[in-house]
Design a protein around this ligand. Structure first.
Ligand code: HEM
Ligand SMILES: *[C@@H]1O[C@H](CO)[C@@H](O)[C@H](O)[C@H]1NC(C)=O
Length: 481
C-alpha cells in the first residue's frame, strides 16, 4: 500500500512537474514571440519589405545561392528603399543613385556610423578605422590621414614608392621567363608593400616566407568571411559560437593576424625614438605617450593594433583583387589589351616610369581601368553604415541605429545606365575617344567614410579614391575633422 502511495505520489509529482514544464515552456515561447513581435515593430513610415517570419525574418525567403534574384524581385515590388530582416539583423537596402547620393553627400553626417555585427565585435570590438564610430573613428581617421600624408610627403612620395614597386613586380614576373605561373601572391605582395612602407616602415621581398604567410592569412580571412557559417554566426551568435565550423577557423585566423601586428609593434617599441618617427606605428606610439590617462582617448594599444591591421587589410586586398581582375580581363579581351599596350607604348614608352601625370593623356587605358573596376565590382554591397541620428530619406523614417546597406552592384549593373551592363566594354567610359566620367560608378563609395589622403604638393590625390569627385571634396575634408 505505502508503495502504491509512493508511486501515486511520484506520479502526481511527475504530472505536476510535466505540467509545470509545459507551462514554463508555453510561457517561454509566448515571451519569445512577444519579444520578437515587439522587436520587429516598426516606426511609422519605415521602409516597406516582404513580410517577415518570427525569429528568422526574411532569411528563408532567400535561396542562398541565388539570393540576388530574390532581392531583385523585392526591389521591383517595394522600391529602392526596402527593409530586410535576417534573424536579429535587420537592415535597410538602398539601391538607386539619387538616394545613395542623398544619403552619403547631403545627409552624410546622419549615415556616418558603422553597425557592429557579432563577428566584427569579437575581433575589433569597435576599435580601429573601419569598424569604429563616434570619437574613436574621428580620432583614428584624422590621425591616419595626417600620418599617411606626412609619410607620403616625407622622403619619398607615395607615387615614387608605387613606381619602384611596380618595377620590382615587373622584374619578378620577368623571372618566370614567360612560363605559366600564379601571380596571386606576387601581386598581393607588391600592392601591400606600398601600405606596409607607411605602416611598418618597410617593404618585403616577394620571397620573404614570413610576409607571404601574413598575406596568406589575410587572404584566408577574406575568403572565409563569405562562408555561410559566418552569416549564421552574425545572426545567431549565442548558438553558433558553441559549434565547430569555418567561423572558428576565421576567428583563429584573425587572432593570428592581430598577434602578428602586435609582434611588429613590440619590435618597434624596442628601438622607438619619439624624435624620429619612422612610420605609422612609431607616430602612434608618440601619440599614445601624450595621453597618460587612457580613458579619454582612443590612442591606446587596442586601437594601435586595430588601425594598423585595418590599413594593412584595406590597403592590400582591394587593390590586389582589382589587379587580378585586370589581368583576367586583359587575357579574355586581347584586342583591348593590344589597344592599351599601344597607348602605353605611345605615351610612356620604354624609358620612363608611368605616373599620375600621364593619366590625362591616356583616355583608353583610363577607361579600361574604370571598366575593370565596374565589372570587378569588388565591394558589391559597400561597407554597411549605421544611421547616427533619426533621419528621413525619400519620405521614409530611419531611426538611429538602423543598418544601411547601399547596393553598389545595382549602380554598376544598371541596364538603364550602361550599354552592355553584363559585358566588359571600355566604351562605357569613352566619348569621341575622350575619357567620360560616369555617375553610376562608385566602387569607392562616396562621402566621408572612404579614406582619402592628400599626397603630393598641395595637389589632392588619394589612396582609396582617385576620382575627380573625391579629389575636389578632399579640401574641406581637412577642415571638417
Ligand atoms: C581598388 C581599391 C579600393 C577600393 C575599391 C576601395 C573601396 C572602399 C570602400 C567601398 C570603402 C567603404 C566606404 C564607405 O563606407 O562608404 C572603403 C573604405 C576604406 N578604405 Fe578603401 N578601397 C580601395 C583601396 C584602399 C587603399 C589602397 C587603402 C589604403 C589605405 C584603403 C583604405 C580604406 C580604409 C581605411 C577604409 C575605411 C574608412 C572608414 O571606415 O572610415 N582603401 N574603401
Ligand atoms: C543588388 O543589386 C543587384 C543588381 O540589381 C541585385 O542582383 C542584387 O540582388 C542586389 N542585392 C541586394 C542585397 O540588394
Amino acid at each position: 500500500m505505502p508503495a502504491m502511495l509512493v508511486a501515486a505520489g511520484s506520479l502526481a509529482a511527475a504530472f505536476w512537474a510535466a505540467l509545470h514544464l509545459r507551462t514554463l515552456l508555453l510561457a517561454a515561447v509566448t515571451f519569445l514571440f512577444l519579444a520578437d513581435y515587439l522587436k520587429s515593430r516598426r516606426p511609422k513610415n519605415y521602409p516597406p519589405g516582404p513580410p517577415r517570419l518570427p525569429f528568422v525574418g526574411n532569411l528563408f525567403q532567400m535561396d542562398f545561392r541565388q539570393s540576388h534574384l530574390a532581392v531583385q524581385q523585392f526591389v521591383k515590388k517595394y522600391g529602392n528603399v526596402i527593409r530586410l530582416d535576417f534573424g536579429i539583423m535587420s537592415s535597410v537596402i538602398i539601391s538607386s543613385l539619387p538616394l545613395i547620393k542623398e544619403a552619403f553627400s547631403h545627409l552624410d553626417e546622419n549615415f556616418i556610423n558603422r553597425p557592429i555585427f557579432p563577428l566584427q565585435s569579437h575581433i575589433f570590438n569597435e576599435n580601429g578605422l573601419i569598424f569604429s564610430s563616434g570619437q574613436t573613428w574621428k580620432e583614428q581617421r584624422r590621425f591616419a590621414l595626417m600620418t599617411l600624408r606626412n609619410f607620403g610627403l616625407g622622403k619619398k612620395s607615395l607615387e615614387q614608392r608605387i613606381q619602384e614597386e611596380a618595377h620590382y613586380l615587373v622584374e619578378a614576373i620577368g623571372e618566370e621567363k614567360g612560363q605559366p605561373f600564379d601571380p596571386h601572391f606576387k601581386i598581393n605582395n607588391a600592392v601591400s608593400n606600398i601600405i606596409c612602407s607607411i605602416t611598418f616602415g618597410e617593404r618585403f621581398e616577394y620571397h620573404d616566407g614570413q610576409f607571404q604567410e601574413l598575406l596568406k592569412l589575410l587572404d584566408k580571412a577574406m575568403y572565409l568571411g563569405t562562408s555561410i557559417m559566418i552569416h549564421l554566426y552574425n545572426i545567431f551568435p549565442w548558438i553558433i559560437k558553441h559549434l565547430p565550423g569555418q567561423h572558428q577557423t576565421l576567428l583563429a585566423t584573425w587572432r593570428k593576424l592581430k598577434s602578428y601586428i602586435a609582434d611588429i609593434v613590440d619590435n618597434h617599441r624596442k628601438d622607438w625614438n619619439p624624435d624620429e618617427p619612422r612610420d605609422f606605428i612609431d607616430a602612434f606610439l608618440t601619440e599614445m605617450a601624450k595621453y597618460p590617462d587612457k580613458t579619454t582617448t582612443s590612442f591606446n594599444e587596442e586601437n594601435l593594433i586595430c588601425s594598423t591591421l585595418d590599413l594593412f587589410l584595406a590597403g592590400t586586398e582591394t587593390t590586389s583583387t582589382t589587379l587580378r581582375w585586370a589581368l583576367l580581363y586583359m587575357a579574355l579581351y586581347p584586342e583591348v589589351q593590344a589597344k592599351v599596350q599601344a597607348e602605353i607604348d605611345r605615351v610612356i614608352g620604354q624609358e620612363k616610369h608611368p605616373s599620375l601625370a600621364d593619366r590625362d593623356s591616356m583616355p583608353y587605358t583610363n577607361a579600361v581601368i574604370h571598366e575593370i573596376q565596374r565589372m570587378g565590382n569588388i565591394v558589391p554591397l559597400n561597407v554597411p553604415r549605421e544611421v547616427a541620428v533619426d533621419t528621413t530619406l525619400a519620405g521614409f523614417h530611419l531611426p538611429k541605429g538602423t543598418t544601411v546597406i547601399t547596393n553598389l552592384t545595382a549602380l554598376h549593373m544598371d541596364p538603364k545606365e550602361w550599354a552592355t551592363p553584363d559585358t566588359f566594354n571600355p566604351e562605357h567610359f569613352l566619348e569621341n575617344g575622350q575619357f567620360k566620367k560616369r555617375e553610376s560608378f562608385l566602387p569607392f563609395s562616396m562621402g566621408w567614410r572612404p579614406l582619402r589622403a592628400e599626397i603630393v604638393e598641395g595637389k589632392l590625390s588619394s589612396l582609396c579614391c582617385v576620382r575627380g569627385q573625391h579629389l575636389l571634396r578632399g579640401q574641406n575634408d581637412q577642415s571638417r575633422h
